[in-house]
Every structure is written in structure tokens, then in C-alpha cells.
Design a protein around this ligand. Sequence first.
Ligand code: TLP
Length: 345
Amino acid sequence: MDKIDLRSDTVSWPTEKMRQAMAAAPVGDDVYGEDPTVNQLEKLAAEKLGKEAGLFVTSGTMGNVVSILTHCGRGDEVILGDKSHAFINETGNPAAYGGVHSWPIEVQPDGILPLEKIKAAIRADNVHYPITTLVCLENTQAAVGGQPLPVDYMDAVGALCHANGLKLHIDGARIFNAAVAVNEDVKRVVQAADSVQFCLSKGLCAPVGSMIVGSADFIRRARRIRKAMGGGLRQAGILAAAGIIALEEMTERLAEDHAVACILAEGLATIPHIQIDPSQIRTNIVLFSVDETSPLNAPQLAAALEKDNILIRPVYTQNFRAVTHYWITPERAQFVVERIRSYLT
Ligand code: TLP
């Protein structure tokens, strides 16, 4: 990768091995269910996450909306985090395309939606109300710095959902980061979930794609919604080939990205004008800010760093989000720290 790109893990390039596997992938027409590489990926994803079946989709956004529209009908309601990607960053698609109403609950700094708040949000059977059908949790919770959710919390939300006749969907765009952070098999992490969306294209480095996993019946219905949304793919084995490598070889190494995030955070903490708490770093997302007396504000610092081939995302005037991934080595993280120090001291 030619630049030090910390704007997201979505920017990660596919590995050389992925490119070779893509070129050599056996393919067929996936709308007919005939692409052997897609079929292999879908089976592998389901096995890895301990669910009956899997479905390849083009993106995390498609994975979430297809899942929500599969679980919910028009006039139904989904309970989700007020800082969740599905609520903030997906164009309001459950409402736009499925007539699904959202009830946002405040995400805590540790990524949790308090159980009692979820419970209180479940609608009573009343002619005035939408019908609560689904709870959606995001794990890791990106907006609060990639916080992984504890497994017993996931279990408790699952139990609450099922006791009330609701389904639980996980936006697991970074579910393998979460599993590594809580030191559990990913299967265990998502055990309570009825469906999970996870991305092949972020920390796992595949160029395109996400997976949905769930029961065989759920995936059969999701496949139909995916088709309705224009997501029926043809020789998608070219893409799935990279996804297979992502799942087989890239999940365990995510601990390295978390270690690099810590190097970055600890280095940043030594720089005047930077505000960061390195103890908050659990996965690959580093949130920090520059104080009011900093010689450069966030957009100015980002512009200066761009001249050093460092890309980093300013959030408003004082804040930054940096995301580590396969292409951010410890040396590159150190280099970023030193360049920032040079601009702020
Ligand atoms: N997140 C992107 C941006 O859209 C903000 C990023 O750079 O982090 N769920 C979560 C938790 C995500 O962070 C994202 C992407 C998605 C879903 C959507 O995935 P894509 O981009 O594949 O549609």
C-alpha cells in the first residue's frame, strides 16, 4: 500500500495471495446457485459462525438492510443504537425500502445499549404502536472506538429478545476483531444471534463483500430480498475467492492490528495538545482529539499529514478517528506519531 491510510480499515488492499486466488477462481452463475467458489464461501462462513447457512452480499450496508428487511415487515420496529452504523450511516434504508421504523437507544461509552432500556423500548401490544420485531447490536461498536461487547451481554440481549418473541441481528462488520478482543471463538460471541452481518472487506482485507449468516430458512428469505435489491450476482466467485482467504487466514492476525492501535495510542499520548486515553483501546479504532490551544486544529493537522503521505480522518474541528489494519505496521504507526509530534511541538 503506497500511503499510510488510517482513515478506515475499509481502505485495506487485498493481499497478493487474494489477487492470485481471484484470478484462478472457478466461477458459475450465482443467481442460479452455480458458482462453486461462492457456495464454498457461504458454507465456510456459516460453519465459522456456527449458523446453518450463509449469503454473500456486496457490502456491510447491504448485509444489514437485507437482514433487517428479512426479519421485519412494513410497520415493524427495530431497536438499535443511536450511534450505530445502521442508524446513522445507512441512508435510513430500513425505513426507505422496507417501511421499518427505528427506535434508537443511547450507546454507552463501552458500546452497550443498557438492557433495561432495550426492555423498556419493546412496545406493548397497542393499536397505536408499531410492532417491535428486532434488536440490532453492533459489535464492535465503531463510533465509541471499536468497543467489543461482552459475551454475557450478547447472551442477555438474546435471551431478552427471545423471551419477547423478537429476533437479534448483529452488525458484526468487525466481529472477528470483537472475538479476538474478548478472547472467544466467534461462534460463541454470536451464539445468541439469529442473524449476523460481517465484512470481508475491512480488517480481513478482501476487496469487496460481506456475509450474512443465520438459519437456513432465514437465508432462503434473505436471498430473495437481496435479489429484490439488485444484489443477485453472477460470476461472483472472483470476489468470493478473496473472501475465503479472508476467513481462513486473516481472522487470527487481527490481534496484530490491535497491538498497532495501542502503539499509536500510547505514542499519541506523549504528544503535547493530544487528548487520548490509551486504556480505552480494545481493537483497531483509535479516537483522539487536539486541545483548544493546539497550533493546528484537526482539519489543519490532517492536511499537513497528507503531505507526508499519511491519511487520517478529522471529525469536526478537534477530533480524529484512526483505524489500523493489515497495511499499518508498527513502524508506520511510529512514523505517524513522530510526524504528528513534529507538527504540534
Ligand atoms: N463503516 C465505514 C463508514 O461507512 C463509516 C467505516 O469507515 O468505518 N457496519 C459498521 C459497524 C461499519 O463500520 C460499516 C462501514 C458498515 C456496517 C457498512 O459497511 P460497508 O461500507 O461495506 O457498506
